[in-house]
Design a protein. Structure first.
Length: 163
């Protein structure tokens, strides 16, 4: 049974495609590709059909990650097939929980940085869109830091389903 994770930010061109790429790499490194499916979406549809922001692509490629991406908008009907919906900031968390058709679906929504033991207080990944490259690099650092904890949580959840 495939475990499905979807990362969600505002427009699906900066933070969520970055998180998708990084987490997909972690899944492959862990030998879980084929068992875990990773994708991303936005809370809004402004950029549907567009590629990732060129700065996102640059940061990903410079750090050895894949960068192929097409933006799309998150649909409430997806909750039924997803195991985890990972919000990149608290505004996404609130929006996704409001979209959730059931209380069980709302419980699938988590903040990415809640999986980062070094995150201190503010669990939002700041939106780098209106800034320079340093914001995109900081975003990547936050995503990478949370990805190991998320991987551990996914593994634990998958083992719990098999047992």
């Amino acid at each position: 049974m495939t475990y499905r994770v979807c990362f969600v930010c505002t427009g699906n061109i900066c933070r969520s495609p970055m998180a998708e790429s990084v987490f997909r790499a972690r899944i492959q490194e862990a030998g879980l590709d084929g068992l875990v499916e990773v994708d991303s979406a936005g809370t809004g549809g402004w950029h549907e059909g567009d590629g990732a922001d060129p700065r996102t692509v640059t940061v990903l490629v410079d750090n050895g990650y894949e960068s192929a991406h097409t933006a799309r908008r998150f649909q409430p009907s997806w909750f039924s097939r997803l195991d985890l919906v990972i919000a990149l900031d608290s505004s996404h968390l609130r929006a996704l929980r409001r979209l959730a058709p059931t209380a069980q679906d709302a419980r699938k929504v988590r903040l990415l940085r809640s999986y980062d033991p070094s995150a201190d207080g503010d669990l939002d990944v700041p939106d780098p869109y209106y800034g320079g490259m340093d914001g995109f690099e900081e975003c990547l650092e936050m995503v990478e830091s949370a990805s190991e904890g998320l991987l551990a949580a996914v593994r634990e959840d998958m083992e719990g389903r098999v047992a």
